[in-house]
Design a protein around this ligand. Structure first.
Ligand code: NAD
Length: 323
């Protein structure tokens, strides 16, 4: 995409939205970040972007026909919290998106890229997972993401929205000073790095008797900078009246023990581990087929090695620890 555009990035004070907003600014676009800072950070908004502090339910206040599109990251995304308080998730993720879609219709902004999730699939029926596989989320978080995918499909068919729903697998790494700082943190790489930083005594390995090479769960880790590139490509690939759904993963699975071993190597810390019971609903293997993203977006992830992903996350975590 060479033309200069103007984009609204909801959730751009968060981890992934911040990286994508930064990439858009670097590519010469005008960026407005709409974020209520519920889980994001004011300093997560990249330099060069305009910050609109507010709720996506009030998108109509910020959006006008001068925008070329919306990239929609704003959501709650803690699986355990969604099980304990599902209403909070339906209200924000689905209710917020209903308001966003209405504001886009009113302002005649007709291009949308949405952060969907591998959680829409639930227990995969095969590996790697393709977009035509059954969707059966096993928690309210995944159900809200699937509901929004359906809403966006209807909006595209009824009102000509050009929409791309990107189903991320395990996003990791850091870019340009933006990294993971979820509270509480539930993602494996930052948790293991917390052990290396001395913030946790050990890392719990939940089950080592899965049918995988080393018995621990295998996940597909995608570098956040590669993920950001897919969003830039998605803006160019979006077609009026079409909803394109693409998995984003690197197609390579890494086990929990491979992640721990890589953190040991990158940080030089022994990282003690403890064996904990399996967690209900944890599939043995969750790996994406990204063939559709390759074909339709022309996307090829380039930072696919676990050592590079962990090294970038480590640099970010260490810099944060010094603050
Ligand atoms: N991190 C992953 O591995 C992963 C995987 C699959 C999907 N996703 C999705 O990607 C998106 C971004 O995830 P993240 O890890 O960057 O999360 P994050 O919590 O760091 O970012 C979410 C941002 O949205 C903002 N927000 C939430 N509700 C809002 C509202 N009503 N109005 C305005 N702003 C609001 C938060 O303040 C935060 O800055 C989410 O939609 C998430 O579901 C993430």
């Amino acid at each position: 995409m060479t033309q200069r555009g103007k984009y609204l990035v909801t959730g751009g004070a968060g981890y992934i939205g911040g990286v994508v907003a930064r990439r858009l600014v670097e590519a010469g676009h005008d960026v407005v970040v709409l974020d209520d800072l519920s889980t994001g950070f004011r300093d997560g908004v990249p330099a060069g972007a305009v910050f609109a502090e507010g709720d996506i339910r009030d998108t109509a206040r910020w959006l006008d026909p001068s925008f070329d599109g919306v990239l929609h990251f704003a959501a709650f995304s803690q699986v355990a919290e969604s099980v304990a308080d599902p209403g909070k998730y339906w209200e924000n993720n689905v209710g917020g998106t209903i308001a966003l879609l209405a504001a886009m219709r009113a302002a005649r902004v007709r291009t949308l890229v949405f952060s969907s999730s591998a959680a829409t699939y639930g227990e995969p029926v095969r590996t790697p997972v393709t977009e035509s596989d059954p969707t059966a989320p096993t928690n309210p978080y995944g159900a809200t993401k699937l509901a929004v995918d359906h809403m966006i499909g209807g909006e595209a068919r009824a009102h000509g929205l050009a929409a791309v729903c990107l189903r991320y697998f395990n996003v990791a790494g850091a870019y340009g000073g933006h990294g993971e700082r979820h509270e509480p943190e539930s993602h494996l790489i930052p948790l293991v790095l917390d052990v290396a930083l001395g913030r946790r005594e050990s890392i719990a390995v939940h089950g080592d008797d899965y049918p995988t090479p080393d018995g621990t769960c295998v996940r597909d880790y995608i570098h956040v900078a590669d993920l950001a590139e897919a969003h830039v490509l998605a803006l160019a690939a979006a077609r009026p009246g079409e909803q394109l759904i693409c998995n984003l993963g690197n197609g390579n699975g890494f086990s929990v023990r491979e992640v721990v071993a890589t953190v040991r190597k990158v940080t030089g810390h022994p990282v003690p581990e403890t064996l904990a019971p399996r967690r209900p609903g944890d599939p043995a293997v969750l790996v994406a087929s990204a063939a559709v993203a390759r074909e339709r977006l022309g996307w090829t992830p380039s930072r696919t090695g676990l050592a590079e992903i962990v090294a970038d996350a480590w640099e970010f975590a260490r810099a944060r620890a010094l603050v």
